[in-house]
Design a binder for this molecule. Structure first.
Ligand code: G6P
Length: 368
């Protein structure tokens, strides 16, 4: 194993660091095709122009990729998108509109609940299904009309990392492709999206370089029982993913909230013993996030803020700040995934848990 791991201590750490490569490999496929339907398989040119809505089905980390995609699909493609946990969808009396594209997201392509949700969607009358998957010829893409393969390479750590960020690239490409088909993305906008993708691996590398600073924070978390993650807009699903990573591998109870929802419950949990991680890039919601942070600070909660260079945060008593790269615009959620992955990894290391094989969890869940 040490040969395979190279300079890294765990597969998870290695896979976190492989993200610039995994992303550029995945982006290459997108740029070669130029947001054309063909990116999603031979039948995409026939099916995608018919799409009037999107329904995403997934589990775990892949579900959070879906939640992120909802923001892109609605704003870039201008069509409605709903995102649902596969194990819920498969057992409810769902409404099916055959003009809606079913998108399943699965690293392994074998997750039973996602596979069953796809079969159920077909029984209900859906006949356009796209699989976003990392494993070629696995069960879910085989049962789908359309497919986008992420090029993350084999992912061994149970907690998903590089599969997630590459799924986001595939989903972003879907949003732009649908937007183009619907006449909402002109040549100039398309060029902007291409540039954003080209610059992404470099920004992700910059975020990886923050590892020593993030490691320095991990000791402050290692003795905690609970943690709260906050984000807004596109960064809310990233807060969810950060909380999931921390739960999965460090066994610290963590929850994520859209920061505006604090006052409706979680604020009651905040006191001196509650670390609150905030994803606070300089976007349209920054001022709102700042006032949410004051609510936390006023109750004694200790803030750990990931803010990009343009957010203009300074450290103060009980407020720790790590500066992420300059705001990268529409793909900022992908860049901000890196620090929450690294935080979970280093907290787990500090607690001495089995990072690559957390208790009670499996890499691919093929049972119910
Ligand atoms: C398991 C893994 C998670 C993963 C989830 C969905 O719970 O531990 O990391 O997100 O399954 O897996 P999939 O292969 O469908 O993406």
């Amino acid at each position: 194993a040490s040969l395979e791991l190279g300079p890294y201590s765990h597969f998870m750490q290695k896979e976190i660091h492989e993200q610039p490569k995994a992303l550029s490999d995945t982006i290459e496929a997108v740029l070669e095709n130029g947001f054309a339907a063909g990116l999603f398989g031979a039948r995409a040119a026939e099916l995608l122009p018919q799409v009037e809505g999107v329904k995403i089905l997934a589990c775990g980390t892949s579900f959070y990729a879906g939640l992120t995609a909802k923001y892109w699909i609605e704003s870039i493609a201008g069509i409605s998108c709903d995102v649902e946990i596969a194990s819920e969808y498969r057992y409810r009396d769902a409404f099916a509109n055959p003009r809606h594209l079913v998108v399943t997201i699965s690293q392994s392509g074998e997750t039973l609940d996602t596979m069953e949700a796809l079969k159920y969607a077909k029984e209900l009358g859906h006949n356009m299904a796209l699989s976003i998957c990392n494993v070629r010829e696995s069960a879910i893409p085989r049962a789908s009309e359309l497919v986008f393969y992420t090029r993350a390479g084999a992912e061994i750590g149970v907690a998903s990392t590089k599969a997630f960020t590459t799924q986001l690239v595939g989903l972003f490409a879907l949003a732009v492709t649908l937007g183009k088909l619907r006449g909402r993305v002109d040549a100039q906008a398309e060029h902007g999206y291409q540039e954003a993708l080209r610059q992404l691996p470099g920004s992700v590398q910059h975020a990886l370089n923050l590892e020593p600073q993030i490691k320095a924070w991990s000791d402050k978390f290692a003795a905690k029982q609970n943690a709260l993650f906050l984000g807004r807009g596109l960064h809310y699903p990233i807060a969810l993913e950060g909380a999931l990573k921390l739960k999965e591998i460090s066994y610290i109870h963590a929850e994520a909230y859209p920061a505006g929802e604090l006052k409706h419950g979680p604020l009651a949990l905040v006191d001196e013993s509650m670390p609150v991680v905030v994803i606070a890039p300089n976007d349209a919601l920054l001022e709102k996030v700042k006032s949410n942070m004051q609510e936390v600070r006023a109750r004694g909660g200790e803030l750990f803020v990931f803010a990009d260079l343009d957010s203009h945060f300074s450290e103060s008593d009980g407020v720790h700040v790590i500066r992420t790269p300059r705001h990268v615009g529409v793909l900022s959620a992908i860049v901000h995934t890196i620090p929450v992955q690294l935080l979970a990894y280093h907290v787990a290391l500090a607690r001495g848990t089995d990072v690559d094989k957390p208790r009670n969890l499996a890499k691919s869940v093929t049972v119910e």
